[in-house]
Design a protein around this ligand. Structure first.
Ligand SMILES: *Cc1c(COP(=O)(O)O)cnc(C)c1O
Length: 248
């Protein structure tokens, strides 16, 4: 077994244990493997261990990797259509086209202008881009993410964009030490997410469904605070170093 497969096995077991301890179904927490800075070979090792969703921060690096990984997967005779690529890094305006063309998900939308560009640039042959709005529950005005009291307005505008599907909220608080402190800050994001879902129940998407129906994702928790995030209601933890090792 590769080290990556071993790490994945351990992470999955810990996630199951923590979900149950939090009174939640183990299937309610998805694992996003954050493969930034790691090569296509490392991604392939994770896929061999049945991990198909990957998070990337640096757009240019990711675009090359996405192509390489697809080729490697096809060479193995595996089904490349199972791959899901999530953009979890900041998006400059000049990178929206690459994101719209190559990714399945984006977690870091915090401005309407970015959302509009992504919707306009999403190629017609691809399904809508799955979007989480990044929320800033702990930082000052210079930190990425919308303030909690601006979340609903942004969501209502994003729901109207034809080539995006609003899937939920992403939170990346500054590191804090200790389970209780971590859980407190995660709970703020969870409350904002819950409030958003309630508000969207009476808002139709362009195809007539309640916007809350697909808004099911709270992307929260990393290698050092994932357990508190699971207790606070995260539905998708983003783990890099626990799976692939420490980044240099
Ligand atoms: C790097 C990164 C992660 C993963 O970090 P680890 O501490 O290695 O688990 C998760 N989310 C975002 C947005 C990141 O940039």
């Amino acid at each position: 077994m590769t080290m990556i497969a071993h790490n994945l096995q351990q992470v999955r077991a810990q996630l199951v244990k923590a979900s149950i301890a939090a009174g939640r179904l183990p299937t309610s927490v998805a694992l996003l493997a954050v493969s930034k800075t790691w090569g296509a070979d490392a991604v392939l090792a994770a896929i061999a261990a049945d991990q198909w969703a990957f998070g990337e921060n640096y757009i240019q690096e990711a675009v090359e990797k996405i192509t390489q990984v697809r080729t490697l997967v096809q060479q193995q005779g595996w089904d490349a259509a199972r791959l899901r690529w999530h953009c979890i890094g900041p998006i400059q305006s000049n990178k929206t086209r690459l994101v719209a063309e190559h990714f399945d998900w984006v977690h870091t939308v915090d401005r309407l202008k970015t959302a509009q560009r992504l919707s306009e640039q999403r190629p017609p042959h691809l399904p809508p881009l799955q979007v989480c709005l990044q929320i800033n529950v702990d930082g000052g005005p210079t930190k990425s993410g919308v303030a909690p009291d601006e979340l609903l307005a942004l969501a209502l505008a994003v729901v109207k964009l034809p080539r995006l599907t609003l899937r939920g909220v992403m939170s990346m608080p500054d590191p804090v030490q200790g389970f209780d402190a971590q859980q407190q800050v995660h709970q703020r994001a969870q409350q904002a997410f819950e409030h958003l879902r309630q508000s969207l129940a009476s808002v139709p998407t362009p195809d007539g469904q309640p916007a809350s129906a697909q808004c099911d994702t709270l992307s929260m928790g990393m290698s050092d605070d994932w357990e508190a995030a699971v207790h606070a209601g995260s539905t998708m933890v983003r783990m890099g170093s626990r799976i692939f090792g420490a980044r240099s």
